[in-house]
Design a protein around this ligand. Structure first.
Ligand SMILES: O=C(O)[C@H](O)COP(=O)(O)O
Length: 327
């Protein structure tokens, strides 16, 4: 029987509780102590960029990357849809247009941060759009670990070199933030910039509902959820899931539809079930990744919510450490 997953259900579940070439010297170290798998992935990407300039960081050499001691057999995964944007406020189709948060969106992001402030975060992924990045950064201002989220810039060699951090100690107090276009909102095609209500009046509610919520039907010249899933879920499987498997705790700040496609994958929803999945702006959702399975744990209400810490011993221990560090 089909499980209807909606925002309401989610809330109700939650609420009770170069190698050897001369270039190598330019990059003496990784900007951060990145989790190993991620570093390997980064290298793969660098090695196949258009310039084809091999850039191998000494820290990426096999002797440094293996063996890797697995930290834990479980990890937390937090998903947050960005806070309200200026176009959410105006009820405009936004898609890949890069619009910032409203004041309310800023408050939502801060509130989301309070709700996850005692859940461990080792690595952050955002889309390349400012509303998701603002949300991640604002949320992290509330985190009790007090670490500084820093966006990695590896779009070209200069960006990498110029953003290098030279203090090991400082790196330890930082959380790498990876911005990936694959996590962007679905491209809304010719609807981008149109008012949602007026579009429904013009094309009919049913048609607009299909464009917005069906899995297979794309809006005119835009991406269907299926097309969005092809890049977002592939990115998740290739870059995020391996981090979780290594015991690294991940926060993803992204968008209504890129997250719907990821949740569809995590919760094994059918194309029919995903049509009723709605995500509110600024709502954090927690998953535990354990034994290669994702367990949905709803939306943490706040740092004092006992239920969240009953989910796993590891979360409880992390919170206890934070409490102790305050004393
Ligand atoms: O891109 C947009 O307009 C919104 O962020 C998501 O819109 P939707 O609710 O129509 O999918």
């Amino acid at each position: 029987m089909a499980t209807v997953v909606s925002h309401h259900l989610i809330s109700s579940i939650a609420s009770p509780h170069s190698p050897s070439n001369s270039k190598a010297s330019l990059f003496p170290k990784e900007p951060f102590n990145l989790p190993i798998k991620f570093r390997q992935n980064r290298f793969k990407i660098e090695a196949t960029t258009a310039s084809q300039t091999p850039v191998l960081d000494p820290l990426l050499s096999p002797s440094k990357t293996t063996p890797h001691k697995k930290k834990s057999n479980e990890a937390s995964l937090i998903l947050i849809r960005h806070g309200e944007s200026l176009w959410n406020e105006k009820n405009l189709f936004t898609g890949c247009v890069d619009v910032p948060l409203t004041e309310k969106g800023v408050a939502e992001a801060i509130q989301a941060g309070k709700r996850i402030s005692t859940i461990p975060v080792d690595l952050i992924f955002t889309s390349s759009l400012i509303r998701a990045q603002m949300t991640a950064m604002l949320a992290m201002t509330q985190h009790r670990c007090k670490k500084v989220p820093i966006i990695l810039h590896d779009e070209n060699e200069k960006a990498q070199t110029w953003s290098h951090v030279f203090s090991e100690e400082t790196r330890k107090q930082s959380i790498p933030v990876v911005a990936a276009w694959q996590l962007n909102e679905r491209m809304y095609g010719e609807l981008q910039g149109l008012n949602k209500e007026e579009t429904a009046e013009r094309y009919g509610t049913q048609q607009v509902h299909e464009w917005r919520r069906s899995y297979h039907i794309p809006p005119p010249k835009g991406e269907s959820l299926e097309m969005c899933a092809e890049r977002a879920v592939a990115y998740f499987e290739d870059n995020i899931q391996p981090e979780l498997a290594l015991g690294n705790n991940v926060l993803i700040a992204a968008h209504g539809n890129s997250l719907r496609s990821i949740i569809m994958y995590l919760d094994k929803l059918t194309s029919q079930e995903v049509t009723s999945l709605e995500l509110s702006t600024g709502l954090p959702l927690l998953y535990i990744f354990k034994d290669r399975k994702f367990m949905r744990r709803g939306s943490p209400v706040g740092p004092t919510e006992a239920g969240v810490y009953a989910y796993t011993k590891r979360l409880a221990q992390y919170r206890q450490k934070l409490d102790e560090s305050l004393n």
